[in-house]
Write a protein that binds this ligand. Structure first.
Ligand code: FAD
Length: 455
């Protein structure tokens, strides 16, 4: 627990963001006897598992919460909740004044990529809604104590996107609109049942059809062909036949989702203008595109108005800029992206998980956490495992672990932080923990800050 702080020399690493990748890195370092401080902006450490992965993934979310808890309760890990880097802690100060061995950024990708029409952001929440806050609302609004922004979903909404998350957005819309339509008829239905079985079969049990609900379906627009939708990964070295089969699989995934959730889809379309009335955005000008050789070209003079009471932008999430971290375009600039190295120096700065991979999935964040965690622990700090860690459950992570052990055999360890400096660092940590009311009992804290009706 946080009380048993060694004042012996130790490697001390700060991890920014406590979720899938952050908790994995913290565990790897802690098992190798580093002192790990995990800063998390929220009270709970679950990141996009809680606020992104839609709440119909009931069991998966609970299982992932517990995996994160198990990793973070290691006695060498000092959890510091309600602490946002860039607001409560200054990055330059953390890097230059704390005297840490390393900082690892596992802060995910929380900024929605800007809607690609100039001036659109003037209409946020006045016709334009971004995916991240919308899904946050969907995951949390049933909680009795929820006091965040609320969204009133409307029939005939436009969704601009194309990836898996945008399919989740149209599912949210179609399910919620159907629940509302049923409620207006005095029927209470179950969100989970609609998600599991699809709209038509559930409506049928009430003697209804979607067409009679008087709810215009939402429409998903994608700028490339359906076959290009990133709904399944195609390895860059996949043989042509296999790549084609995977592309056809994408069309099948979309078709299945459409049949189940009854939304409309339009490929080869890109927003190029806004339709504005008064102080509201009431639609977009949608242009046609041509896709060839992996490139998309907007066809001139093809724009037509697509009116909608709400337009949802679901075109990807990017890392939030942090003052002091060099940026290249939408992403951070790396010295060596293969090992997540952002900045060299006395305190090395690394990144892992979604912020590094750009891939929005749990497995990739976990594998990245394992790889970068082992690299930082064994190659950068010279800490080897004692074999007592949690066994890896999949081959890719086991492979990363073995690679780390091979690296460890050939490294020069960095000097640990001196005992007096460790005490200084821990004093700062304790002060911050006290300021946010965290007394050092991880499980006790989680119990205190978890609403009883969190899903
Ligand atoms: C709608 C949607 C559906 C999805 N569906 C799936 C799915 O079906 N399957 C799947 O595998 N994946 C899915 N994902 C993606 C998956 O949930 C994420 O990619 C993965 O959980 C990211 O893990 P991470 O640890 O890299 O980042 P995150 O979970 O984003 O963790 C980052 C952490 O850092 C914290 N943080 C951020 N900034 C700061 C700061 N400045 N200071 C301190 N703390 C900070 C955050 O609060 C968070 O706890 C989905 C995502 C979305 C949005």
């Amino acid at each position: 627990m946080s009380a048993s702080v060694p004042l012996e020399p130790a490697h001390v690493v700060a991890v920014i963001g406590a979720a899938t990748s952050g908790s994995e890195i913290a565990r790897i370092l802690a098992e190798r006897r580093a002192t790990v401080i995990v800063f998390e902006q929220n009270p709970r450490p679950y990141g996009k598992i809680e606020d992104g992965l839609p709440r119909w993934h009931v069991k998966q979310r609970r299982d992932e919460y517990e995996e994160i808890n198990k990793r973070l309760e290691h006695p060498n890990i000092h959890y510091v909740p309600l602490t946002r880097m860039g607001r409560d802690i200054d990055f330059a100060e953390l890097r230059d004044a704390w005297g840490l061995s390393a900082v690892v950024l596992t802060n995910g990708a929380w900024r929605d990529r800007p809607f690609p029409v100039e001036g659109a952001d003037n209409y946020v929440d006045r016709g334009l809604v971004y995916q991240n806050p919308l899904i946050y609302w969907f995951n949390h609004y049933p909680e009795a104590t929820y006091d965040g922004p609320r969204y009133e979903l409307r029939p005939g909404t436009t969704v601009v996107g194309g990836g898996l998350a945008s399919i989740d957005v149209v599912k949210v819309l179609q399910i919620e609109m159907t629940l509302q339509a049923l409620k207006r008829r005095g029927i209470e239905e179950d969100m989970l049942k609609l998600e599991r079985e699809g709209l038509a079969p559930v409506l049928k049990t009430h003697g209804l059809e979607y067409a009679n609900l008087d709810v215009a379906p939402c429409r998903l627009f994608y700028r490339r062909r359906v076959l290009d939708m990133p709904l399944s990964d195609i390895a860059p070295d996949a043989p042509a036949k296999r790549a084609e089969a995977m592309r056809q699989a994408r069309a099948k995934i979309l078709d299945k989702a459409q049949r189940k959730f009854l939304f409309e889809f339009q490929e080869l379309s890109v927003p190029t203008g806004l339709v504005v009335e008064g102080d509201r955005m009431v639609g977009v000008m949608m242009s046609r595109t041509e896709a060839a050789d992996g490139k998309v070209r907007t066809i001139p003079d093809s724009a037509k108005p697509v009116r909608a009471p709400m337009t949802i932008s679901s075109i990807g999430s990017i890392p939030e800029p942090i003052p002091g971290i060099p940026q290249r375009g939408e992403v951070y600039q790396y010295v060596d992206a293969a090992v997540g190295l952002l900045m060299e120096g006395r305190t090395g700065i690394y990144a892992a998980g979604n912020v590094l991979t750009g891939k929005g999935n749990i497995k990739d964040s976990l594998v990245s956490g394992t790889e970068i965690g082992i690299h930082v622990a064994e190659r950068y700090l010279g800490l080897s495992g004692d074999g007592s860690g949690v066994p890896f459950t999949d081959a890719k992570r086991e492979e990363a672990h073995l690679e780390g052990l091979r690296m460890a055999a050939s490294i020069n360890a960095r000097e640990p932080v001196g005992g007096a400096q460790v005490a200084e660092i821990m004093k700062r940590v304790r002060e911050r923990q006290q300021a946010v009311g965290y007394a050092g009992d991880y499980r006790g804290w989680i119990k205190k800050v978890t609403p009883p009706d969190l899903q």
